[in-house]
Write a protein that binds this ligand. Sequence first.
Ligand SMILES: [Zn+2]
Length: 312
Amino acid sequence: MRKECNIIRDLLPLYAENMVSPDTADFVEEHLKGCASCKQEYERAKEPQPVREDSGAAPLLNLSRKLLYKRVQTVAVTALFVAALLISAFAALDAPLYLPYSEDLITMEPLGSSGMVLTFNEEVTDFRYRVYDDPDGGDFCYCDIEVWTSLWDQWFSQGKGSLSVAVTENHAKPMIAVYLPNDGTEDICIGKYEPNSENPITKDGCQINRITLPRLALGYYSLFAAAALAILGILWVLAKKKPKLRVWIERIGFYPAAYLISHCIVSGISWSSYSLPRDFSLILFLSILLYSGLLLAHNIWRLKREIKEIHG
Ligand SMILES: [Zn+2]
């Protein structure tokens, strides 16, 4: 249906009741002459109808409903935008700042014959560790340790004291504690725990040669988003003569766009991440917010155009 038809349809109930100005009546008549489907609609409107509460005020209601709708959407867009902004700020403040290794960063103490206690110095505001058997089948296990702080913690968690954790191993195997600097440099062995020995914590046999690489999955997701965006862009160009299809392509295309923007906000332009789960969930969360914002902005823009057309 053409745009003009929509306007005519809105006016028909008023026209049928002779409630329009002569100019509007001329406009409607002119259109009815050339448009069979609106003419049909008009014939139907002229027939006596069961009384409907909104029949006479339909076009006005329609317009004021649209205006209200637009106002509500504007408020929602603003709220979403502010929320996205706050979350981005929090993401930046909460991003882990991995600490370079130093002798006094972590101290190891034996915990009977069941494991060890790690104590971190006060710089450390958060940590993560993972115990796993030697992947090459040796009769010992590794304990990978990551420690970090964040701007947020540096500003707001002063003087919380030092953190410590008991790391136990059920099979009384030796455990090699490895520090992951997460900055692209080599992992560092900080000590070895030998159960049932006189000196359970040693630095003997503490030899590793490996680098923990950042996880690249985020890069793949972004590539995927960029590819989707490119394909939708091509479809959009091809759909030049199908405005309805175009609107849907725009609506779908906002998501990969929102995802890419969120990726840049959370991880910068880097494609790798040392804290994948955190980064990914933040990106998802932010992208959904942004997506809703973009959809609403798109709707408002389209409504604005429509309202402009109705106003003439
Ligand atoms: Zn028409």
